[in-house]
Design a protein around this ligand. Structure first.
Ligand code: NAI
Length: 332
């Protein structure tokens, strides 16, 4: 019986986006993953972020594989990323953070999962000037979204044989908003007595993660804390170039690296495609193409274990193209 082919909408993005997307596509094709790609843009040439056509294409294919997109700081257009997550209701951001063989870091056996709520919190973008010099920015937390993300975290823990879920919050200060999130977490936790549950205040968590990361397993949190904590976690395993991510909704998902457009190295052929490649491994697992996922992961692990071909962010000298070829060679 032949495996049915799944359609994937490829979104190049900006900066190093096209370089890492191209590398990942080449490796997926070499691995003969049963995928059919269609390219869509994250912005139009008239400057509109996130064309309707792109959103509709992802909705239709059910799956996007995306390079990072640039967002102006302080002014300018809203983020294409945030827009995509909102419009497709990709409510769960999933970021597994795992040590890679041969990448020397402070700790050797990091194995953490950050589950971040993706649709609300301060990212609702509701801001206004109250009077000149005073700005109000609203933090929206709802029972529905908090319950949904906490349930996602526990279901993930059950499915992947994890032992503990920690709720990360600041309910000692934001008693109503983070208090609501914590209440939802505790209610959901009672439905999963086989999984340990605990809660931890976000600033303490950051300190603990740097000193004793082995204390944590799956962590679930609101949008802003998730943004910051996932970058902290990526620092534990070698940086932004090696951490994958997925934005998951009902029947639709967009897989993307945690890193941004890396303007400092864009267009120079230096980008490390590992993060997007690992995101594509998550994508293959999500599609139940488990055999292809393991094959790709094994090839990547082989390249890292041998340690001969490494990109600049990990102290090596290999170009994106050389690294891509090494992974393709390891697939054989
Ligand atoms: P960044 O992740 O682009 O870069 C931070 C540092 O990490 C830089 O030194 C960069 O060279 C390095 N780096 C990142 N990815 C790498 C890779 N694959 N290989 C080698 N080195 C890598 O973060 P920054 O500078 O804060 O953001 C730049 C732009 O990216 C901004 O416009 C931001 O809004 C956007 N961004 C987009 C994201 C997305 O589309 N998912 C996520 C984060 C940021």
């Amino acid at each position: 019986m032949t495996t049915p082919v799944r359609k994937v909408t490829l979104i190049n993005g900006d900066g190093i986006g096209p370089e890492v997307v191209d590398a990942t596509r080449k490796i997926l094709e070499a691995a003969r993953a049963p995928l059919e790609f269609e390219h869509k843009d994250a912005a139009t040439r008239y400057g509109t972020n996130l064309p309707d056509e792109t959103v509709e294409a992802v909705l239709k294919s059910g799956c996007g594989l995306k390079g990072p997109t640039a967002t102006g700081v302080g002014t300018g257009q809203s983020s294409a990323n945030v827009g995509l997550r909102k419009r497709l209701d990709l409510y769960a951001s999933l970021r597994p953070v795992k040590s890679l063989p041969g990448v020397k870091t402070r700790y050797e056996d990091i194995d953490l999962v950050v589950v971040r709520e993706n649709t609300e919190d301060l990212y609702a973008g509701i801001e206004h000037v109250v009077v000149p010099g005073v700005v109000e920015s609203l933090k929206i937390i709802t029972e529905k979204a908090s319950t949904r993300i906490c349930r996602f975290a526990f279901e993930y823990a059950v499915k992947h044989g994890r032992k503990k879920v920690s709720a990360v919050h600041k309910a000692n200060i934001m008693k109503l908003s983070d208090g609501l999130f914590l209440d939802c977490f505790r209610r959901v936790a009672r439905e999963f007595p086989q999984i340990q549950s605990e809660d931890v205040i976000v600033d303490n968590l950051c300190m603990q993660l740097v000193r004793n990361p082995e204390k944590y397993d799956v962590m679930v949190m609101e949008n802003l804390y998730g943004d910051i904590v996932s970058d902290l976690c990526s620092g534990l395993v070698g940086g932004l170039g090696v951490v994958p991510g997925a934005n998951i909704g009902h029947d639709v998902a967009v897989f993307e690296a945690v890193h941004g457009t890396a303007p400092d190295i864009a267009g120079q052929g230096k980008a490390n495609p590992t993060a997007l490649l690992l995101s594509s491994v998550m994508m293959l697992d999500w599609m139940n193409f488990t055999e292809h996922a393991r094959r790709l992961e094994k090839a990547l692990w082989k390249v890292y274990t041998e340690g001969k071909v490494k990109t600049g962010d990990l102290g090596g000298t290999a170009s994106t193209a050389e690294f891509t070829q090494a992974v393709i060679h390891a697939l054989a």
